[in-house]
Write a protein that binds this ligand. Structure first.
Ligand SMILES: [Zn+2]
Length: 138
């Protein structure tokens, strides 16, 4: 298999996150000192720098903040997937997350669209909440 640019390399710290994702669970980091929840996972709280940070499972609910339909990306595997929808979503728990929107006609994308997480190949993506169609992609 050639290089892929959509899957981060898991180190000892982020392995927990990716193992949960493989089981269909989106993990966030919760600070025991200031109660801030953050994403992507860091070993310190980005707000108060506390090390008292633990994993917690997200509801998987989010709303669409902004997005861009990508028509060209020469890096594998994106090259074979264009056009796709790169997006920033607001997770129900608060953090913003860079992701991809699937199972949604581009003309139905709008700010505030209610989304739910769906895992494709162990990578969290989002689709309109209540989607009953089979998941496309991989
Ligand atoms: Zn904190």
């Amino acid at each position: 298999m050639g290089a892929r640019y959509d899957l981060p390399e898991a180190d000892a710290f982020t392995r927990t996150y990716w193992e949960a994702a493989a089981r269909g669970v989106l993990l966030l980091r919760h600070c025991g000192t200031c109660a801030q929840i953050h994403h992507y996972p860091r070993e310190f709280c980005p707000r108060c720098w506390s090390e008292d940070v633990s994993w917690s499972a997200a509801t998987g609910r989010a709303t669409l903040h902004t997005w861009s339909v990508v028509h060209r990306n020469d890096l594998p595997p994106f090259k074979d997937r264009t056009p796709y929808v790169a997006a920033v979503v607001d997770l129900a728990e608060g953090p913003r997350m860079m992701t991809e929107i699937v199972d949604c006609p581009h003309e139905e994308l709008r700010a505030g669209l209610e989304l739910e997480v769906v895992f494709l190949g162990g990578v969290p993506r989002f689709r309109p909440r209540g989607t009953t169609l089979a998941v496309g992609g991989e």
